[in-house]
Design a binder for this molecule. Sequence first.
Ligand code: ADP
Length: 395
Amino acid sequence: MLVFVVNCGSSSLKYQLIDSESEKVIAKGLCERIGIDGRLTHKPTGKDEVVKEVAMPDHKAAVSFVLEALSDTECGVIKDLSEIDAVGHRIVHGGEKFAKSVVITDEVMKAIEECNDLAPLHNPANLIGITACQALMPNIPMVAVFDTAFHQTMPREAYLYGVPFEYYEQYKVRKYGFHGTSHSFVSKRLLNIIGKENEESKVIICHLGNGSSITAVKNGESVDTSMGFTPLDGLLMGTRSGSIDPAVVQFLAAKLDCSLDDVLTILNKKSGVEGISGVSSDFRDLEKASNEGNKRATIALDMFAYRCAQFIGSYVAVMNGVDAIAFTAGIGENNISMRKKICEYLGYLGICIDDNKNNVRGEEACISTEDSNVSVYVIPTNEELAIARETVALI
Ligand code: ADP
């Protein structure tokens, strides 16, 4: 089956066409600057990348250019659109309504819309992407895969905040967690590697990228995760502050004479390792600066590792142990020294990293020593493939 996987942002649209039997990517690409001017970057597997500057006044126009590119005589990979069997859409927020992926119907669209409040920057764009695809591929089944769904198994004591209970009941203020598709994909693979798919298990998944989160997975289910009501919570990230005393928000608004919205923008876009270092949000730049003696870059890296160790430790505590830990996403898969730095905190668990085995980037590997009490792995994530698998399973 050919599955078209769509990840629609407010001004961008990422896509992959995946053959579900071979699990190979047939083509992938990106539309940028939708509603501004428009650029399509299309990469058919085995052929040259094509970049086209084309007017994309809206998402429907963007999807239309993508479909044209996919069936183009030169850069195309299919003869016509009827070869596409299904579409899988990445949806950021499913609230408490969606604990699993679902086939998209009018009721599902309505329920996703009802979650717009919880993800005002993302869900409306996701819905626009669905509508655009439905208009151009009216008879093709579509599936919604939610970033929050995997975490719906968290117990109440993990997801509730210590605020008056009515705010949870009335406004659904609670921890939701994100990166669920990745945490689900990587935890399944980890359980498969350690041979504990059908037994009791306790694993911790560290998805460390531009946005980062860590999840405790017990018996295959998420029982806690570091992101919260929004993806701002938890670890220190590229430009996001992560967990912070909420009183700082009001204090800074007063000091800076700005609105609460402005402070939240600072916490989302100007904080994290970029705000601390003053260098960059990219860990490659930070490592280079730190190696050249930049103190603030070193502090940012130290803080990042410290927070990761804090969350890992707290998840070992709530699960009363851990069988294995996996690192994934840009930093988790590629940053050798950061993995080592985080694991240096974990000696109390009997974790020991083998420097030779840890010398890997972007490929699956066990990086702990033979006698390490807890095994540690690098497992590349693949959210698009996970969405394609969910889509096939549902239709
Ligand atoms: P996003 O959350 O945007 O998907 P990624 O998962 O791509 O982010 O992670 C981006 C981070 O991964 C950056 O900080 C970058 O420095 C780091 N990274 C990516 N590739 C490498 C690499 N080859 N070596 C070291 N760090 C890398």
